[in-house]
Design a protein around this ligand. Structure first.
Ligand code: ADP
Length: 496
């Protein structure tokens, strides 16, 4: 079954243009326009997709508002929980098909997208638990006389969710899950590079019995559909994941009605390796902290700080590890590193490869686009390690979003903490050491939303994830996540 999904036509790719979901109906864009989405391993067109615009966003927001004020507002927590559990069961039933769609549409290796099963299902079931765990507080007050004061937690309302392309299935669940748990409604704008999985999940939402208008999905471009959603006066909150430049535009656009905003943005995360680390695990660990998903992960550990006395040995070993990884068509189960998502992303990453060389960094592995045979049709860049990188080089400061490590030597623990923090970003970070006091010192010293010690990129639905500084604000996962979708109302009753 799974092999067929990847070798013959996927059941969702039936040759018909994909429509958008507004108010429980599958409709064309008001303009009638469509755009094409492609397989980045081969350049082949997968589907034409309805290209939403401001008018479609208006229709979707109006539907989301009606649903929010209508029967959905009467749904009890147990009913919302039941819907989330039903959606989880459907995602489980169709998981292979969804993993294949992610692989086809954005190029993550099929081994990787299949491995996201536990996480995707765990997220939905975690939010189902959250639906019945929304608590206000009874608060003692000091007013003279007799007053009771307590808080209610209420859904913020209509949420505009704007997601990137690097992990469409889990990104979709990360936005829809907390909205359903809290009783919000959503207008989701998928990334133009990878709109297919969000549309398929929207079908499953309908099948799960989620009422019309509660989940709407409007594909389209960022500057049109995305911007219209971010500035819409009847959207109460925008939940955004993407680049910091777009994040800044979202904040500006939100000012019109001062909507709530949560932002999960980019990073240039430090990954610090001490000489006392277990190098057998640190080598692949530091490698996969960047090579996984071809480096297209916002918390990738791209600034690899290595203690000077093992710098040459360690960087050479990470480079050799990178060379053992199989780069190729993302549909091949043996593939470990797939293509970059698009021609635009390829230009960006190869541009940085050239900049790195011009700046005097030394490529120990990779460093050039792969164009042999069938690879010429796709957007393949091999795992690349740059040595002799200095903090002030652009490849050490700017987010590349490709499989590119910038390896930098350090000598002293205080120095590496200071240099790790010398960035506008603060999303992820890693530490490799056997020394518990060093680990603890870095865990406290690094200004980032996650610190991974002797591991990298560990994620769980119950553990919050998000940024410091220009990596954004707000948390996804964990009990903090649903709070982002709730308002606090204080109620006073004079009882005397
Ligand atoms: P990336 O560089 O990873 O594509 P972006 O921040 O450009 O990151 O894109 C992330 C999401 O933001 C996508 O869904 C994209 O369409 C959307 N987007 C891009 N520009 C804007 C904008 N001006 N307003 C709202 N959304 C936008």
């Amino acid at each position: 079954m799974t092999a067929d999904i990847l070798t013959t036509r996927h059941p969702f790719l039936d040759g018909k243009p994909k429509r958008m979901l507004i108010d429980g109906k599958w409709v064309e864009a008001a303009s009638g326009k469509t755009f094409e989405t492609i397989n980045p391993s081969t350049g082949e067109i997968l589907a034409a997709v309805a290209e939403g615009d401001a008018e479609d966003i208006d229709r979707a927001v109006a539907a989301a508002r009606r649903a929010f004020q209508g029967p959905w507002s009467k749904f009890k927590p147990f009913e919302r929980q039941a819907l989330l559990l039903r959606l989880a069961d459907l995602v489980e039933q169709h998981f292979d098909e969804l993993a294949a769609l992610d692989t086809l549409d954005m190029g993550a290796p099929i081994g990787r997208t299949r491995a996201s099963r536990l996480r995707a299902l765990g997220m939905l079931r975690y939010y189902a638990g959250q639906a019945v765990s929304i608590l206000g507080e009874t608060i003692e007050n000091s007013l003279p006389g007799e007053y009771v004061s307590f808080t209610l937690k209420e859904p913020v309302g209509v949420v505009g969710a704007i997601i990137p392309w690097n992990s469409p299935l889990t990104a979709t669940i990360w936005k829809i899950g907390p909205a359903l748990a809290t009783g919000c409604t959503v207008v989701l704008k998928p990334a133009e590079e990878a709109p297919l999985t969000p549309l398929r999940v929207a079908e499953l939402c309908q099948e799960a019995g989620i009422p019309p208008g509660v989940v709407n999905v409007v594909p389209g471009y960022g500057e049109t559909a995305g911007a219209a959603l971010a500035r819409h006066p009847d959207v109460d909150k925008v939940a955004f994941t993407g680049s910091h430049l777009t994040g800044q535009k979202i904040v500006e656009a939100s000012a019109g009605n001062l909507k709530r905003v949560s932002l999960e943005l980019g990073g240039k995360s430090p990954d610090v390796v001490f000489a006392d680390a277990d190098l057998e695990t640190a080598v692949p660990g530091a490698g996969m902290a960047v090579f996984a998903n071809s480096g297209q992960i916002c918390s990738a550990g791209t600034r690899l700080f290595v203690e000077r006395k093992i710098y040459d040995e360690f960087t050479a070993r990470v480079a050799s590890f990178g060379k053992t990884l199989r780069v190729g068509d993302s549909r091949d189960p043996e593939t470990q590193v797939g293509p970059l998502v698009s021609a635009e992303q390829l230009d960006r990453v190869t541009g940085y490869l050239a900049i790195g060389r011009q700046e005097g960094a030394r490529p120990l592995s990779g460093g050039e686009r792969l164009t042999e045979g069938e690879m010429a049709k796709g957007y393949f860049v091999p795992p690349t390690v740059f040595a002799d990188v200095k903090d002030e080089m652009r490849i050490a400061k700017e987010e590349i979003f490709g499989p590119v490590i910038s390896a930098i030597p350090f000598t002293d623990i205080e120095e590496v903490i200071e240099r790790s923090n010398r960035t506008h970003y603060g999303l992820g970070s890693g530490v490799w050491t056997r020394d518990v006091s060093k680990a603890h010192k870095l865990a406290r010293g690094i200004r980032a939303g996650s610190v991974w010690i002797n591991c990298y990129q560990a994620m769980d639905p119950a553990v919050p994830f998000g940024g410091y500084k220009m990596s954004g604000y707000g948390r996804e996962s964990g009990k903090q996540h649903v709070e982002e979708y709730l308002n606090v109302k204080s109620v006073w009753i004079k009882t005397g």
